[in-house]
Unconditional design. Structure first.
Length: 608
């Protein structure tokens, strides 16, 4: 198979369009679906089709209106079960057929999180959201669940009439369900071809407010004012991205601020970016996550990795573009400062996995590897570091931006591999082949650990962070009174994040030091989740028992895996906190997103 994470073979046939009818049932926590797939045959005399499924009940299958026989293959531990559909008449090359499948999700669908009213901000209505990346769309509908296949879609969604439905598509109107006056049907259309992982659905007591010509912020009303303020610069970022890499093709760019259990910082669902509420810092200091998700509109959504082994093509280019936007917003020194911070994140990831772990390869082998278990900052930051290194090697930011813009134009609407990317790089810089030939490609792509070369960074904004972190590392007990609140007063929140990140790369500090740090900097009370997260990890590693309740509180109150997993891991490794970590997880696991729950259970060595 060309994609080790999928059962389907895109060389045999591809899905061109999906027409969806979804019925959302909060009582039973299932979605009933009728999925009509328009498929095109790519070879002669194709007798059957294979689709990806996981935890689905398949009720009926028809091909061009004629009932078809089907079978579910043996269940794989994380890939699910292949659905084989016997075609009533074999398809020939170029022929299209409509395959209609009636199915129902399981209440344990890994793509769906069903929240009871108490888990929402409003406490009155239930809530549902999906997260299909990387391989979870197959738990909602049978499909070719691989990023190598792109299709358009049209959807009709029946939900309780007091709620609102949104999808990763343009709204095409809504009306009362003619079969049930307590329900409403919402219609959506996505006319730009997308891979399955970008299908997204949310249903809840949502309100929207327009914050720009192309952007509406959606969330529960309790978070609306804070969200409108936090993301006021969205249109500005969108325009900067267009200036850098060309027109935005998706028409609208809406934002959905989700409940705290959403497992990621953001998800680039087309027309409707999903965002964690942990970025609501109150001062727009974490709104940069929007620059990242906006960038995905070109790198990831428009040009897509063909398999998850090539995930760096999505994320490395997106981080590069995100930081170019940062540079336009806050200056070139800030772009370099963020790049340097990214290198520290890469060091942390390599330390967590181990420097010889093949999952730290830029292009890992994912045969029989669960994509969720392989997820880390490596494809983001190792991928960015390669592009930043090439920028410096090939003539600077303007020269490299010319490459990126052309790369997107040439590969728009396609899914590509690392080899195709490299071939295009060589063709674009055909006058600099001698420079490219000196790059240690094997060291960058296929070797675990840190890259063979570290790019060069402007250190202006980083020097203050380095100096302060070194002071704390070198301080003796008698020096602690020399630290005052003035130390961090002139540091931006981004610099405070970097200061704490640097300390996390060193040996643990003594308890006396973190106690003094709390006295003078009062990090316990900070609202910025990125600062608080690093601070709590620093204290746990110093074995300061007083912060155990605070760390458990942060691990429980939000479900962003970037924060939750390291906090639980650190608590587990602290003997005085281990039992509390395990009992807290067991008490709260039912409120967690299915993927987060599965991975934290592994981190805590819980098998049942």
């Amino acid at each position: 198979m060309s994609d080790p994470s999928s059962f389907c073979d895109p060389d045999q046939f591809i899905t061109r369009h999906i027409n969806l009818h979804l019925n959302v049932d909060f009582t039973n926590r299932v979605i009933s679906a009728s999925s009509a797939l328009t498929v095109r045959c790519l070879q002669d005399c194709l007798p059957s089709l294979v689709l990806d499924t996981k935890d689905l009940t398949i009720k009926k299958v028809s091909v061009n209106g004629q009932e078809a026989k089907f079978s579910l293959g043996e269940s794989h531990s994380f890939k699910g079960s292949p659905l084989t559909i016997c075609l009533p008449c074999p398809l020939t090359r170029g022929q299209e057929a409509i395959v209609e499948i009636c199915s129902e999700t399981s209440p344990k669908s890994s793509a769906l999180q069903w929240l009871n009213p108490q888990q929402t901000a409003g406490k009155t209505h239930p809530y549902l959201f999906s997260q299909c990346q990387a391989t979870h769309c197959r738990t909602i509908i049978p499909c070719q669940d691989t990023p190598g296949v792109k299709f358009t879609y049209y959807s009709q969604v029946s939900i309780p009439k007091e709620l609102v439905a949104l999808m990763s598509a343009l709204n095409d109107g809504d009306f009362l369900d003619p079969n049930d006056n307590k329900r409403k049907i919402y219609r959506f259309k996505q006319n730009v071809p997308i891979p399955s992982y970008l299908i997204a659905l949310v249903v809840g007591a949502l309100e929207g407010r327009k914050i720009g010509p192309r952007t509406t912020v959606w969330t529960e009303k309790e978070l609306l004012e804070a969200s409108v303020y936090e993301f006021a610069e969205t249109e500005k970022m969108l325009k900067y991205a267009e200036d850098l890499v060309g027109p935005y093709v998706w028409e609208k760019y809406d934002l959905l601020i989700l409940p705290p259990s959403f497992p990621y910082g953001g998800m680039e669902n087309p027309c409707l970016t999903f965002v964690t509420p942990t970025v609501l810092a109150g001062d727009r200091s974490l709104a940069g996550v929007i620059a990242h998700e906006i960038s995905h509109s070109w790198t990831g959504n428009l040009v897509t990795n063909r398999t998850w082994e090539n995930f760096w093509l999505n994320e490395g280019h997106t981080v590069y573009l995100e930081r170019r936007i940062d540079g336009l917003l806050h200056g070139e020194q800030f772009r370099h400062f963020k790049a340097l911070g990214g290198w520290k994140e890469l060091q942390n990831a390599v330390n967590t996995f181990g420097a010889t772990n093949p999952l730290t390869n830029l292009v890992p082998n994912l045969h029989e590897v669960d994509v969720d278990a392989a997820f880390s900052s490596v494809p983001y930051e190792k991928g960015f570091a390669l592009l930043f290194y090439l920028e410096q090697l090939l003539g600077g930011p303007d020269v490299f931006l010319g490459f990126l813009k052309t790369y997107i134009q040439v590969h728009a609407y396609k899914s590509i591999t690392t080899d195709e990317w490299k071939k295009f790089l060589y063709s674009y810089f055909k006058d600099k082949v001698d420079i490219l030939d000196k790059v240690d490609w094997n060291g960058w792509m296929n070797t675990p650990g840190l890259p063979p070369v570290q790019p060069t960074y402007d250190m202006t904004l980083a020097n203050a962070c380095i100096a302060l972190s070194n002071r704390w590392v070198e301080a003796k007990e008698s020096d602690l009174n020399s630290f005052t609140e003035a130390d961090v007063k002139e540091l931006s929140s981004h610099q405070q994040i970097e200061f704490l990140t640097l300390l996390l790369l060193k040996d643990p500090l003594p308890v006396s030091h973190v106690k003094r740090m709390q006295e003078v900097y009062n990090f316990n009370a900070v609202r910025n989740s990125e600062i608080l997260f690093r601070w709590l990890r620093l204290c746990i590693r110093a074995k300061w028992e007083d912060v155990i309740p605070l760390a458990l509180k942060m691990a429980v109150e939000q479900g962003r895996m970037k924060f939750t997993r390291p906090l639980y891991r650190d608590l587990y490794n602290f003997d005085k906190a281990r039992d509390q970590a395990v009992s807290t997880f067991l008490k709260n696991r039912s409120f967690m997103h299915p993927v987060t729950e599965m991975l934290v259970a592994k981190d805590l060595n819980i098998t049942a």
